[in-house]
Design a protein around this ligand. Sequence first.
Ligand SMILES: CC(C)(COP(=O)(O)OP(=O)(O)OC[C@H]1O[C@@H](n2cnc3c(N)ncnc32)[C@H](O)[C@@H]1OP(=O)(O)O)[C@@H](O)C(=O)NCCC(=O)NCCS
Length: 153
Amino acid sequence: MSLVLRPVDLGDGDALHAIFTEPGVRQYLFDDILLTHEETQKHVEAACGHEAWVICLDDVIVGLTSLRPVNGDRELMIVVSERCWGRGVAFEAARAAMRHGFEVLQLDRILEGVDLPNERSHRLMARLGFTPTGETDGPKYRARTYEARRPSA
Ligand SMILES: CC(C)(COP(=O)(O)OP(=O)(O)OC[C@H]1O[C@@H](n2cnc3c(N)ncnc32)[C@H](O)[C@@H]1OP(=O)(O)O)[C@@H](O)C(=O)NCCC(=O)NCCS
């Protein structure tokens, strides 16, 4: 498979809206809320303000990954179209985003929060080398918090 990450831009709204509104994607990412096109566009605009990449598989946009600034840290965000689950696409894309975070941004750590019932995402966190750090309340579900440390040289 030919997997490419490129910086997100404002013109990616339509492709990302189709992905963000898939039932399996919105279930945890947006607490099952069906975003309007305008709401998706606001997410895209926000993503354009920091490190964020669309995930392209054979030249088709199949997801988004980013390193969102949160309280002086960076949080990994990863979403892949249901059509591409179970093939390692999310793993490869997230790994590339993390490499950018550690090698280019020189981050010491990357954080993540995953809703407790989001089993796919917990398995992904483990494969990526994240370790659980605790739990926190969310708008709909409790979430497990994770952290990945910069690999030592
Ligand atoms: C979370 C999410 C990104 C995980 O996607 P995914 O496709 O399950 O993750 P991966 O790309 O790592 O694929 C893993 C699966 O592919 C299999 N696989 C096949 N080839 C692989 C490869 N070359 N490398 C890694 N895994 C591979 C793995 O064995 C694994 O199988 P399993 O699900 O039975 O354990 C996806 O479910 C999603 O977009 N969800 C909605 C958004 C969301 O909740 N995001 C998280 C919060 S930010």
